[in-house]
Design a protein around this ligand. Structure first.
Ligand code: ADP
Length: 608
């Protein structure tokens, strides 16, 4: 705006007024040559009038101008103060915004359309260590500070689609943030880059993780519960279908559970039983004992299974094998007792019958043993006679040939007698002597076997190392003859009758030597160990072995697997061994493989 020339002066009213300067002298010459005095004098008034009017107009115009200027000034002042107000508002809004952003703790980064950092809030320095020098850098250069490799693509996508993107990201320090990428809209709804915000969701994430963990635990718990319930259902079915009577009673003895087997065994239906007390099933003479038992169970005592009696609906007494179990609540307090009862009436009768039979068998065995003893003993004396007389007969027969030769007998008779005396009689006598010798050993064996049953036992602690050393010494010749290697380990002590145990191990060692395989050098080993309260010994050889089908039969009397073989024996050794061990609570068994060898195990009490 062109400025009017002049100066402002203060008016009395305080308003400034514009007063024109008197024309300068140069101006006056420019405007024209001053008119002659005469002309001025001829139209002085007219011209003056014109000038006056013109001046008047100019003054008027100036006045108007001044007023306009004044009002313009006023307007400018108003606009100025409005502008000032707006600037203050804007700075207030800016402060508010900065405070708001600080208060919300939301880290914010502003990007331009080229994805370069325009500015950021203070919180952003904490999240991705932004510095003032990062302003202007492309976001792609600092993306590595976040565990978010597709940030640049996603930011580009938001810029393209104007949609927003939300994702959880982990910063370098491990903190989780909810990251939002939004288009930056200007007041004119123009897109001017992007805004990226980071909200700290670490605690939320932690809670989420804990929740997920708790949820997984809950799921497991539920799965377990489902399993428990399923197995409980199975258990109930098993209990209900069990062949044993299963009953449940509270601590006053009131029946609260009764399965089908209990119905069958005792005759009361479940409905009836649930109105009864367990005492109704207990015979009178046992009632007090059973009450004590329930009290003991209620006190948490463990009771081993035991045999007792129960009364059926029909009044029949049953022998039962009872197992009682406490049922406890969640704090371990006994609330009820479950019992399993098995009817053993028949089994018991069978066991009694077996016991009777065993007793009878024992008696018969004893009778047989004494019969055997008497028979073998009584047969012994005639045998001794036969043995003696056959010897004498043999002697006598040896003199006969010379007598016949000297006798006056016809030649053909002599010839016949010579054949009889030279061949038939010696052969017959030889057979008699062999038979007698065989019978002698058999009778000796039988006598030993029968004496075993008769002999009184003297149980004592046995030092098996000494005993084996004695046995080996006695068999020294046989061992040397066989060429076998004998190894005796350190043996544990045991309880037994010294004579009979000596017989046992002598027999086993004798057999091990007798039944070695000539195809390989013999190896015999005796070892032993303690197992619980028992001493277990093993006599092992690498001999001919015993076929599986013969392994039980070798303990039978007179049972020989290879009677024609070179080994001598009467098939009584192992029978004697078993009998001896039976009498003192010992056991014998074997493991063997034909062609490889045998192991005979002996178990005896180790307790003294
Ligand atoms: P025997 O007097 O015949 O040895 P035993 O009662 O001692 O009688 O043995 C019965 C049979 O068991 C023997 O004839 C033999 O065939 C077999 N036997 C016993 N011990 C052994 C062994 N260690 N190895 C192979 N066979 C054996």
């Amino acid at each position: 705006m062109a400025e009017a020339s002049g100066k402002q002066v203060r008016c009395s009213g305080g308003h400034s007024a514009f007063v024109p300067d008197p024309l300068p002298p140069a101006e006056k010459t420019k405007r024209g040559t001053p008119r002659k005095r005469t002309e001025r004098q001829s139209a002085p008034e007219g011209r003056l009038q014109v000038t006056k009017e013109s001046l008047q107009n100019t003054i008027e115009e100036l006045k108007t101008s001044k007023e306009e200027t004044q009002s313009l000034n006023e307007e400018r002042q108003t606009v100025n103060s409005e502008l000032q107000g707006k600037i203050e508002e804007l700075s207030q809004a800016d402060d508010d915004m900065a405070n708001l952003l600080n208060a919300t703790d939301v880290a914010t980064i502003f990007l331009d359309n080229d994805l370069r950092i325009k500015r950021f809030t203070a919180q952003a320095t904490g999240v991705i260590r932004l510095m003032q020098s990062d302003v202007g850098r492309p976001i792609s250069e600092i993306v590595a500070r976040l565990d978010y490799p597709t940030l640049v693509q996603d930011a580009g996508q938001v810029l393209k689609t104007l949609s927003f993107k939300e994702i959880e990201v982990k910063a370098e320090d491990g903190t989780w943030y909810l990251m939002r990428i939004l288009p930056y809209r200007t007041a004119e709804n123009m897109i001017d880059g992007l805004v990226i915000t980071f909200v700290d969701v670490h605690r939320l994430k932690k809670v989420e993780e804990e929740l997920a963990y708790a949820n997984a635990a809950l799921q497991r718990d539920i799965a377990e519960r489902i399993q428990v319930e399923a197995s409980l259902r199975r258990l109930v079915t098993v209990v209900m279908d069990s062949n044993d009577a299963v009953t449940v009673q509270d601590l006053e003895g009131r029946i609260t559970g009764w399965n089908r087997a209990a119905e069958r065994m005792y005759g009361w239906s479940e409905f009836e039983a649930l109105a009864m007390n367990i005492r109704d099933l207990v015979p009178d003479d046992l009632k007090d004992d059973e009450l004590k038992l329930v009290h003991a169970l209620a006190d948490g005592e463990r009771i081993a299974s035991f045999e007792t009696r129960r009364v059926t609906k029909e009044g029949q007494i049953l022998d039962v094998w009872l197992t009682a179990t406490q049922l406890v609540d969640e704090v371990g307090k006994v609330t009820a007792v479950a019992t399993t009862e098995r009817d053993i009436t028949e089994r018991r009768a069978a066991a009694e019958a077996l016991e009777r039979l065993n007793h009878e068998l024992d008696q018969k065995n004893k009778e047989l043993e004494s019969l055997l003893y008497v028979a073998s003993h009584d047969l012994w004396s005639p045998l001794v006679n036969i043995k003696g007389f056959s010897g004498e007969l043999n002697k006598a027969c040896k003199t006969l040939p010379s007598l016949v030769a000297d006798a006056q007998l016809p030649e053909d008779l002599k010839e016949q007698l010579t054949i009889i005396l030279d061949q038939q009689v010696p052969r017959a006598l030889e057979s008699i002597v062999a038979g007698v010798t065989k019978m002698d050993t058999l009778l000796a064996g039988l006598l030993r076997l029968s004496r075993l049953g008769q002999a009184s036992l003297q149980l004592e602690q046995l030092d098996m190392n000494t005993m084996l050393a004695d046995i080996v010494k006695a068999a020294e010749f046989q061992v040397r003859e066989s060429g076998a290697t004998l190894q005796i380990d350190t043996l544990p002590l045991c309880l037994g009758d010294a004579t009979q145990i000596n017989q046992v191990f002598s027999n086993l060692l004798d057999n091990a030597l007798k039944y070695l395989d000539p195809a390989r050098s013999g190896l015999i080993r005796v070892r032993g160990h303690q197992e619980g309260g028992r001493a277990v010994y093993c006599v092992e050889d690498n001999g001919i072995g015993i076929a599986p089908e013969d392994q039980d039969r070798v303990f039978e009397v007179f049972h020989r697997l290879n009677p024609e073989g070179s080994a001598t024996g009467e098939g009584l050794g192992l029978a004697t061994v078993r009998r001896a061990l039976d009498r003192q609570g010992g056991k014998i068994w074997l493991e063997s493989q034909p062609g490889k060898g045998s192991r005979f195990f002996v178990s005896l009490s180790a307790q003294v």
